[in-house]
Design a protein around this ligand. Structure first.
Ligand SMILES: C[S@@+](CC[C@H](N)C(=O)[O-])C[C@H]1O[C@@H](n2cnc3c(N)ncnc32)[C@H](O)[C@@H]1O
Length: 271
């Protein structure tokens, strides 16, 4: 896991995203109020009584980052947020056209908060499952899986294996979204090394976090494996030339994930 000082140091070294990150940190609770939910209070594992190796505490995905991460993803089938916390990501995904949105969260108190948030927003196609992600039975209709830095190591390995097994047993294309700190190389490496997943797209999100999109099948060649150094590990420039210039490994024209012949795939078009 990345310590707070290392995280702050890394953000300061990225002037292009520093301002957005600061705005995000300062006004996160205001964005929450505007959206009509309560999800901005961070919670450590110890405060949740959930301390264990490889688990991360609660911090919601940024309101500024989520639209960019989901941009171009085929929003049909079931969206699952692993480690859904207070349900921000679930509530945001429910605004897309998914049939159903499911949050899987270990903490009972966060599950309660997430359910309250879903009720407040009057969302009818979302539910929260209070469970350990490794024990969660993946529905055969699940198509998009989101990991906003919930856990790593053996836990992440087991959950990714479950996804790939489910996609093979109930033949379908699946999309895996990963977002996390720009210096958390280990987290992203696990996705990259998961057998059966192919990295399709990676970007620097508005707050400086890294976003990656993986699929179990793609008509495009796999992006080169990641290198060692944390930032270079993600193979991204530290300061993208412009907000829309930061994708690597694919032509700029091929970043959207859309429906092709009823299957999720990449299409060649600008977003
Ligand atoms: C960084 S938060 C992500 C919150 C949410 N996905 C969002 O973006 O708004 C990570 C969450 O994962 C949960 N978590 C950690 N280990 C877990 C596990 N094994 N199974 C389910 N949830 C877990 C934590 O309790 C925490 O709420």
């Amino acid at each position: 896991m990345v310590g707070p000082l290392a995280e702050i140091g890394c953000r300061i070294r990225r002037p292009r995203t520093l301002a957005t990150w600061l705005i995000d940190r300062l006004f996160d609770h205001v964005f929450d109020q505007c959206f009509g939910i309560s999800s901005s209070t961070r919670a450590s594992l110890s405060s949740l009584n959930l301390e264990a190796v490889d688990r991360a505490g609660y911090q919601a995905i940024s309101y500024l980052d989520f639209p960019r991460l989901i941009d171009g993803v085929n929003a049909d089938g079931i969206f699952i947020d692993f480690g859904s916390g207070a349900g921000r990501c679930v509530c945001l995904a429910a605004q897309q056209s998914f049939e159903r949105v499911i949050g899987v969260e270990l903490s009972e108190s966060l599950c309660g908060l997430a359910r309250a948030n879903i009720r407040t927003r009057r969302i009818t196609n979302a539910q929260i499952e209070c469970a350990d992600a490794t024990a969660y039975q993946i529905p055969p209709e699940a198509t998009v899986f989101c990991f906003n830095n919930p856990f790593r190591g053996k836990i992440l390995e087991a959950v990714l294996a479950n996804i790939i097994r489910s996609a093979a047993e109930h033949s379908r294309a699946v999309t895996v979204l990963a977002s996390g700190s720009p210096i958390d190389a280990e987290f992203f490496r696990q996705f990259q090394e998961a057998q059966g997943l192919q990295l399709c797209w990676r970007t620097i999100l508005p707050t400086g976090c890294i976003g990656m999109v993986f699929m179990n099948s793609s008509p495009f060649p796999q992006i080169a494996p990641l290198e060692h150094d944390a930032r270079d590990h993600c193979n991204l420039p530290h300061e993208p030339a412009s907000d829309r210039d930061d994708d690597r490994g694919l032509p700029r024209s091929t970043r959207a994930l859309v429906k092709v012949n009823g299957q999720k795939s990449l299409r060649a078009s600008r977003v």
